[in-house]
Design a protein around this ligand. Structure first.
Ligand SMILES: NC(=O)c1ccc[n+]([C@@H]2O[C@H](COP(=O)([O-])OP(=O)(O)OC[C@H]3O[C@@H](n4cnc5c(N)ncnc54)[C@H](O)[C@@H]3O)[C@@H](O)[C@H]2O)c1
Ligand SMILES: [Zn+2]
Length: 356
């Protein structure tokens, strides 16, 4: 991975340093309507480069991570006379880093870019690695490219305005990283309330550093997702199924909430299949239930949930449902195929543990 990961209280000043090192190219910001209003002005005050940089503002939310948004950025770049040296600075959550990243990857066959993540999820997940993309024809991230940013400037200074459920959603990905990391990392997260940050702080920046290191270490070994990177899919097989079920019912379930519940299901299967310790499972499940609430479903929903899991694009063989599981905290095993009846048992236990 060539991407620089910079942890800082002053991302604007770091950006100036990078821009100077690049010979001060033209710089264009990509933001969404919320970050253009809530973050870009503060960032401009920290950065000489950004003080008069044009901003291309897309609509907010995953529903707008689409061809319209991408075309809007392409048009903007063309009108601004962007050349291959033009630096794109993505200021936003995963929607901006994914869409702005794909625009940077494709305009004139690739412009340099820097990510300034403004959500917890983008800081620990979407802005790190090389995946860019948009949704297409009803499918998530169907069109995309592996394209590395020059740097990701990770800070806590913009998280104060983040809605609580967005903060919690990102915290779930941190919980996932901690499960892949160590008992020590996990107990550090479980010791805190997920909204303890109260506007940022050094403790949170340290936690981000540790969380990002887990993703960076795995991506480093498998940049193009041929094997090991599937470890990062922990909690996502059941998680995506919960998200799809909620979508089919017209309910909103944030991605991280679904992942938190999906991690509980993965730990139950890990316990049944690989002897994952029951004490750690119980602690994790009770934390998730307390802070995220249960995902509500009944056994009538099992066929639909299994159907969604079978469609997961990380499955190797059609119709077989494969999970990333843990032998213990920090010891992932990928591609573990679980029979539908055993998945139903795990869903039963999930409902017992979360009191639904
Ligand atoms: N490329 C990857 O590896 C990767 C990994 C995980 C997720 N993703 C993608 O990331 C996206 C989700 O990212 P997300 O959760 O950051 O969503 P998001 O970008 O939609 O941000 C969530 C909401 O918070 C708002 N917001 C952002 N920063 C803010 C701030 N500082 N203060 C107030 N509001 C703010 C946004 O405008 C939006 O309404 C999905 O599209 C997902 O597919 C990509
Ligand atoms: Zn995720």
């Amino acid at each position: 991975m060539n991407q620089q990961l910079i942890f800082t209280d002053t991302p604007g000043a770091e950006l100036d340093r990078i821009v100077d090192a690049m010979g001060r190219p033209q710089t264009v910001v990509v933001a969404d309507v919320n970050t253009a209003r809530l973050v870009v002005p503060a960032l401009r005050r920290q950065s000489r480069t950004l003080s008069d940089a044009p901003v291309l503002t897309i609509l907010a939310g995953d529903a707008h991570k689409d061809t319209n948004g991408l075309q809007y950025v392409w048009h903007g770049l063309e009108e601004l006379g962007a050349t291959r040296r033009t630096l794109i600075v993505n200021v936003g959550g995963g929607v901006v880093t994914d869409l702005g990243g794909l625009a940077a990857a494709t305009f004139k066959r690739g412009l340099p870019m820097v990510n300034v993540p403004t959500t917890l999820l983008a800081a620990v997940d979407a802005s790190v690695g090389a995946k860019t993309g948009i949704n297409f024809n009803g499918y998530k991230n169907l069109i995309g490219a592996f394209y590395e940013p020059a740097a990701s400037l990770i800070s806590t200074c913009f998280l104060g305005t983040l809605p609580r459920r967005e903060f919690l959603s990102g915290y779930a990905e941190m919980l996932k990283h901690a499960l892949l990391d160590s008992n020590e990392a996990l107990s550090e997260l479980l010791r805190h309330e997920p909204d303890f940050y109260a506007g940022g702080g050094d403790v949170l920046l340290d936690m981000l550093r540790r969380s990002v290191a887990v993703k960076a270490r795995i991506v480093e070994q498998d940049l193009h997702e041929t094997g090991l990177r599937k470890a990062l899919n922990l909690g996502h097989t059941a998680g995506h199924a919960f998200e799809s079920l909620a979508m089919a019912r017209g309910e909103a379930l944030p991605h991280g909430y679904a992942v938190a519940a999906g991690c509980v299901v993965a730990l139950i299967l890990s316990h049944l299949r690989l002897g994952f310790p029951s004490g750690a499972l119980r602690l994790f499940a009770s934390y998730v239930t307390r802070h995220y609430g249960p995902v509500a479903f009944t056994c009538d929903d099992y066929p639909a949930l299994l159907g969604f899991m079978a469609q997961d694009k990380k499955n190797n063989a059609p119709g077989r449902i494969a999970f990333t599981l843990l032998e213990d905290v920090g010891r992932p095993r990928t591609d573990i195929v679980i029979e539908p009846d055993n998945i139903k048992v795990a869903l039963d236990i999930y409902r017992d543990l979360s009191g639904i």
